[in-house]
Design a protein around this ligand. Structure first.
Ligand code: FAD
Length: 412
């Protein structure tokens, strides 16, 4: 386990790092620790997952994947990566409804931050969770189920690692399906909504250097008709493209309408490739979907400043859900994502400007990315914030899983 996150912008402050190979060993470790934190594959960009005490990777536990054909669920070990899980599920005839852009992330780590893909009718990855098994502060093993634990369960799924160390996750499955991915260039802003609802999963990319959206990645069910020539005023890409202009497309999932399994099209990047060197920072804000065009207009006056420190900006949609700390809690959302250059000092003032301009739209930050929003504003955007705080106090009264950033947003 490296001493830093994937991007290298967070050097973990942990005094000790562990890789237990059994749940019993993990339980002992948690029970004995004063400050404990789980780490997944380290793809988050902030310090929610950092600790001064014991940092625990579950990558040494058996990577179990157990499909239940009767319940149509899979129970998977926390550290299994979505890409590896997807291959196993597809072989068994099943699928997940959505994938993040990157398949290299762990199931528990991605669920903890409400990681998402895109689709107006598709919830984030955490919405597929039917049950969780976790080691709580005293070392006990607790299982919570959606069908038995009601509202409390909805508070425990997206939990930023703050309620315990998740060991197993049960996910709902759907039958395996095929997807075709088409990339179109130069979407007029006025056609934003039409583009979002045009296919199963749609991602838009812009570099803020012109009025138009540079690329539309349209991931459609294989039997849906392809976009016609000149669709919504776009042109057809001559060959496969990378979202960041000028980067080679070999790390990207197949485009050009070639049909393929869901997991080889819904993610943007292929499991066998490293999408980039990690030389980047990311921020993302979830806004009401209906505010998409107004939010972009609010950012227009600072487009040049954004472009100067940007690799690419991605716009996606995510369906509303009931999970307390989900950025999509009871809100059909548009996700405005920024892949910044790795220069944190240059990015900081632009980030502050972006946050100020998005403030009127009650932005909810991606919990795994860089943000500096005022904690009071973040709390106000999450109607169940106080309920989560109560859950924290009940399940972790001594603050074993607390971190400085968690304390900032969920004060004791
Ligand atoms: C290149 C790149 C592309 C990305 N694409 C997307 C995207 O398409 N959509 C999106 O929404 N996000 C995206 N992200 C963000 C990423 O999905 C999230 O940050 C996610 O949480 C990372 O998962 P991880 O396994 O690396 O978790 P980590 O970053 O290691 O941990 C994240 C959080 O989960 C907690 N955690 C980890 N494991 C456990 C466990 N076993 N029990 C309890 N808590 C645990 C940690 O304590 C921490 O708080 C991307 C990130 C990168 C670097």
């Amino acid at each position: 386990m490296p001493g830093h996150n994937w991007a290298g912008n967070v050097r973990y402050a942990a005094a000790r790092r562990h890789r237990p190979s059994t749940v019993t060993e993990l339980r002992r470790l948690v029970a004995a620790g004063d400050r404990v934190r789980a780490v997944g594959t380290g793809h988050s960009f902030n310090r929610f997952g950092d600790t001064t005490g014991d940092l625990v990777s579950l990558a040494g536990l058996p990577p179990t994947v157990e499909v239940d054909r009767v319940r149509r669920t899979v129970t998977v070990a926390a550290a299994v990566r979505y890409g590896d899980l997807a291959i196993r599920l597809h072989a068994a005839g099943y699928a997940l409804p959505t994938m993040a852009s990157l398949p290299h992330i762990s199931v528990a780590g991605a669920v903890a931050t409400a990681t998402h893909g895109s689709g107006v009718g598709i919830g984030n990855l955490a919405t597929a969770v039917a049950a969780l098994e976790l080691v709580t502060a005293d070392g006990d093993l607790l299982t919570v189920r959606r069908d038995a634990d009601g509202d409390r369960f909805a508070g425990m799924v997206v939990a930023l690692g703050a309620l315990g160390v998740v060991t197993r996750v049960t996910l709902d499955l759907v039958p395996a399906f095929e997807v075709r991915q088409y990339v179109r260039l130069g979407l007029p802003r006025a056609a934003l909504d039409e583009a979002f609802v045009s296919a199963y999963s749609v991602s838009l990319f812009t570099d803020w250097r012109g009025g138009r959206i540079g690329q539309v990645w349209r991931k459609q069910l294989a039997d849906a008709p392809p976009p016609e020539a000149g669709w919504l005023g776009t042109t057809t890409a001559a060959g496969p493209v990378h979202p960041v202009p000028g980067m080679p497309a070999e790390s990207c999932t197949a485009q050009l309408g070639e049909p393929g399994p869901w997991h080889e099209r819904l993610a943007h990047f292929r499991l066998g490739f490293t999408p980039s060197s990690g030389d980047e920072l990311q921020s993302e804000y979830h806004l009401p979907r209906a505010a998409a065009a107004d939010a972009l207009a609010a950012l227009d006056p600072v487009a040049d400043r954004i472009a100067a420190v940007l690799q690419v900006c991605e716009l996606r949609t995510v369906a509303a859900d009931e999970l307390w700390l989900s950025p999509q809690y009871r809100r059909d959302s548009v996700a405005v994502h920024f892949t910044w250059t790795a220069d944190a000092d240059a990015v900081a003032p632009v980030l502050a400007e972006v946050e100020a301009r998005l403030a009127p739209f009650a932005p909810r930050p991606h919990w795994g990315k860089v943000f500096t929003l005022d904690p009071a504003a973040v709390a106000a955007a999450y109607p169940r914030h106080a309920d989560f705080l109560a859950l924290l106090r009940t399940l972790d009264p001594a603050g074993k899983f607390r971190t400085a950033l968690l304390d900032r947003h969920f004060p004791r």
